[in-house]
Write a protein that binds this ligand. Structure first.
Ligand code: TXA
Ligand code: MG
Length: 307
């Protein structure tokens, strides 16, 4: 668990946005207003920066995060938009609509952002402060709502401070959010459009078919390895690809130094590597449950249980 940090709340003027950009480029998350809710934004190209988002949340779990970009053109570099997605993007961006589209194979997005999925949620926000931050940083920003897990989404800087004070360095304050409700999420990953989360934008109900969601009771599907996975392993069996941690070595390691941030950043990359290896099974070394370790263990437990 990281020691408490002093949290500054700055009126979102030019100097404050420049400071926020500096922190983001340094790998730290900052809270920033959008037209929907305040987001906790970090460099989406860096797994370790994204791990810091999760570290700031108490008892987090690794859901795929929305990637914010400054324009449709920047979005097209990250995802494959079919005609339906393009029409929605042109109609509603910038604005409170997130499109889940196939991830471009070599898009520079950390696997922790998409939770290892082959799709990516993209949004062009309308809020001038978030837009200014995107331009100043020059990189896509992953940003979930800026609240601790399990609490309600923040629509004012004071809400963010109450929830994440002492856990993040900076909150940009631009007053209350106009919409106060998280973005509408529509998946365009082949076949008819699917509504994953209702929100401020009413998408054509005929086009968005919520009943087609594959996993009942679960809006976002998760990447799970195709092979059986054993957790808390001290040694690998002959037929197992071993993912190590700390002193427990393996074919690869989440973190040789036992750093949970690094482990979170590498988790999905290594699960993919294990899946792609010649070994038919996967074993994973014990990971402590403190701080980010809780989310890592939660993810591993689910990966081991789904088989
Ligand atoms: O209004 C908003 O969308 C706010 C502001 C800050 O922009 N952001 C937000 O982010 O609500 P977040 O991380 O709470 O929303 C993440 C949700 C996931 O739980 C999932 O439902 C969906 O977005 N999502 C993101 N990427 C996805 C993907 N690749 N596949 C499926 N669902 C995805
Ligand atoms: Mg949220």
């Amino acid at each position: 668990m990281a020691p408490p940090v002093p949290t500054r709340v700055l009126k979102a003027d030019e100097a404050a946005i420049a400071e926020a950009a500096r922190l983001v480029l340094d790998g730290q998350p900052v809270a920033v207003p959008t037209e929907t809710v305040y987001g906790l934004a970090a460099d989406a190209t860096s797994g370790e920066a994204v791990a810091h988002i999760y570290e700031a949340k108490v008892r987090p779990s690794f859901n795929p995060l929305i990637v914010h970009v400054s324009s449709l053109a920047q979005g097209l570099e990250l995802g494959d938009f079919d005609e339906q997605a393009l029409i929605l993007a042109q109609e509603h961006w910038p604005g409170p609509l997130t499109l889940v589209v196939p991830l471009k194979p070599h898009a520079p997005i950390a696997s922790l952002v998409t939770a290892g999925l082959p799709s990516i949620g993209i949004r062009v926000p309308a809020h001038p402060v978030m837009q200014a931050l995107l331009l100043a940083v020059g990189r896509p920003l992953a940003a979930p709502s800026a609240n601790a897990s399990g609490s309600i989404s923040p629509t004012r800087a004071e809400h963010v401070l109450a929830s994440l004070g002492g856990r993040i360095a900076l909150i940009l304050d631009a007053g209350p959010c106009e919409r106060g409700l998280e973005s509408t999420i529509v998946a365009a990953t082949g076949g008819p459009l699917r509504l994953l989360r209702p929100g401020p934008i009413a998408v054509d109900a005929a086009a968005a078919n919520a009943e087609k969601i594959e996993a009942p009771g679960q809006l976002a599907s998760h990447y799970a390895p195709a092979k059986p996975l054993r957790i808390n392993a001290q040694n690998a069996g002959e037929d197992e690809y071993m993912i190590g941690f700390g002193l427990v070595a393996g074919d690869s390691s989440l973190s040789e130094t036992g750093d949970l941030q690094q482990a979170a950043a590498r988790l999905f990359d290594l699960l993919h590597a294990a899946d792609a290896s010649a070994k038919p099974r996967i074993a994973v070394a014990p990971v402590p449950r403190s701080g980010l370790g809780a989310a890592i263990n939660d993810r591993l437990l689910r990966a081991s249980a789904t088989l």
